[in-house]
Design a binder for this molecule. Structure first.
Ligand code: HEM
Ligand code: HEM
Ligand code: MTE
Ligand code: MO
Length: 413
């Protein structure tokens, strides 16, 4: 269509068409004199690099990042539930599985991402750098994807290693928002490359010239072996039979007081004195009455046993045998119906992000949700929450509040 230059552009479709044409207009190529160093034609010669290799590694990364995003988002929703969200108390170990999978999959993607970036980095120096505005935008989004992917893996590894110094931001918030950026960038990336991926993966393999002593299969085998080795040496932090192999895992499921790891100690939380004070009382406030119970009074209530895991957000988990009072019994004691009540559980700890948690009705009314007084038959070690701690099925460790001092029940009689 030829339009007279004076014809005004009207209508949204016309504006969009014009914008699209503008975006796709070829840009002038930069002076050839700039084409030096890595920008030289034929600078990268490894025959190992191919669209097929980038596609195979890409598919693996796509699956891994998809699993990480789904399990991470789930963990976020459990900790910050919006009104529509519901998370069941059964099966008791589901969160243990999903968060263990999150960290294991994230760790296994480290070699995948390294190999993928190696396989495509010559494209960083493609010439001309931008053919059009659209091409420049696509490259920028790829840059964003790379930065976000590196950030997620690095911040995740720093977090599970409990090395917070290099992260001058709150880990969870940074990790969460960058995950959205990564997924946005990944969707654009897949959209752009899908036809090439399909073509590259459908093509029957031409026999590959041997070069550098390594072929594509050996490279992929090496990457798979590296991922497998990382998994094997870390996943024992949550899969008990593999604990012996977990030489690279930050946590060992059986190392700690009473055979269970500790995340924050009583000294670290600044609660030693308050927890050991003989004047300790657990205050329970409800719609009808309030009670304050000392340890002897808590022991006089019916005691129940629950074999439940602590499933830390950091990907380690371990099962303990807990004994104590049902949270539902305490809620009933102050005149509320456990199955229709929410409980705010607060710690002796004064500050800190994990000093309190909210327990929704499905959990308050669950017979396995305990205010635990004992672990493995002994009174709780002070680092596991003595005198009393919350233990509930299918919850992240951060929501298993230790050193409980107050329970506030919102519910109807
Ligand atoms: C974290 C995930 C990923 C990262 C960081 C990543 C990174 C990159 C980068 C930096 C490039 C080179 C720049 C470009 O050509 O646009 C590239 C190319 C490519 N990627 Fe990805 N990618 C990821 C996931 C994927 C996925 C899920 C697929 C396919 C399902 C994929 C398929 C491709 C293909 C086919 C190319 C072009 C390679 C060529 O033609 O030589 N990538 N990727
Ligand atoms: C080595 C790789 C990774 C490790 C070790 C890791 C570790 C973690 C940890 C420890 C948490 C819990 C944070 C908390 O609740 O305090 C978390 C949450 C999360 N992760 Fe990852 N992660 C990795 C990779 C990824 C990737 C690739 C994605 C997304 C594509 C991702 C998305 C998320 C999301 C959305 C959350 C929830 C954050 C929140 O609760 O607000 N992670 N991750
Ligand atoms: N008051 C309080 N309770 C807390 C925490 C905390 O920092 N303060 N940390 C939580 C975290 S992150 C985990 S994983 C579990 C660990 O319990 P454990 O130390 O008994 O294994 O306790 C939870 N309870
Ligand atoms: Mo935790």
């Amino acid at each position: 269509m030829v339009r007279h230059p004076d014809t005004p552009v009207t209508g949204r479709a016309a504006v969009l068409r014009r914008l699209a044409r503008w975006c796709l207009t070829p840009l002038p190529a930069p002076p050839v004199a700039l084409r030096r160093g890595p920008l030289r034609p034929g600078r990268f010669r490894s025959r190992l690099r191919s669209t097929r290799l980038a596609s195979q590694l890409g598919v693996a990364l796509g699956v891994a990042f998809g699993i990480c995003f789904a399990t991470g988002l789930l963990s976020h929703l459990i900790q910050h539930p919006p009104g529509w969200f519901w998370w069941p108390a059964r099966p008791v170990g589901l969160y243990r599985f999903t968060q263990g999978l999150h960290v294991a999959t994230g760790l296994a993607s480290v070699p995948l991402l390294g190999a993928k970036l190696w396989s495509v980095y010559p494209r960083l120096f493609s010439w001309p750098p931008a053919r059009s505005i659209a091409h420049a935008a696509e490259r920028a989004s790829t840059g964003l994807l790379v930065a976000a992917a590196l950030f997620l893996l690095v911040s995740g590894v720093l977090n599970i290693s409990r090395w917070y110094a290099p992260m001058p931001f709150f880990f969870t918030a940074g990790h969460y928002w960058v995950a959205w950026l990564a997924v946005g960038g990944l969707l654009v990336h897949i959209g752009v490359h899908l036809p090439a991926v399909r073509a590259a993966l459908a093509r029957p393999m031409a026999p590959e010239p041997r070069q550098d002593g390594l072929d594509r299969r050996a490279l992929l085998g090496g990457v798979a072996a590296a991922s497998g080795l990382i998994t094997l040496t870390t996943v024992g932090q949550t899969i008990r039979p593999l604990a012996g192999l977990a030489v690279l895992a930050p946590r060992h499921p059986d190392v700690g007081p009473q055979g269970l790891p500790v995340n924050r100690t009583a000294a670290g939380a600044g609660v030693r004195a308050a927890a050991l004070d003989p004047a300790y009382r657990l205050w329970v406030t409800g719609p009808v009455r309030s009670v304050s119970l000392d340890l002897a009074a808590l022991y006089r209530l019916p005691q129940y046993r629950a074999d439940l895991p602590i499933a830390c957000v950091e990907g380690w988990s371990a099962v303990g045998t807990w004994t104590g009072v049902r949270l539902g019994d305490l809620v009933a004691l102050v005149g509320a119906d456990p199955r229709r009540s929410t409980a705010l559980v607060e710690s002796l700890q004064v500050g800190g992000r994990y000093r309190a948690c909210t327990v929704p009705p499905e959990y308050v009314g669950d017979p396995l949700t305990l205010v635990a007084l004992r672990l493995g038959g002994e009174p709780l070690h002070i680092d596991h929450g003595y005198p009393a701690r919350l233990i509930a099925p299918n919850r992240p460790g951060v929501l298993q509040t230790k050193w409980i001092s107050r329970i506030t029940v919102a519910g109807t009689p």
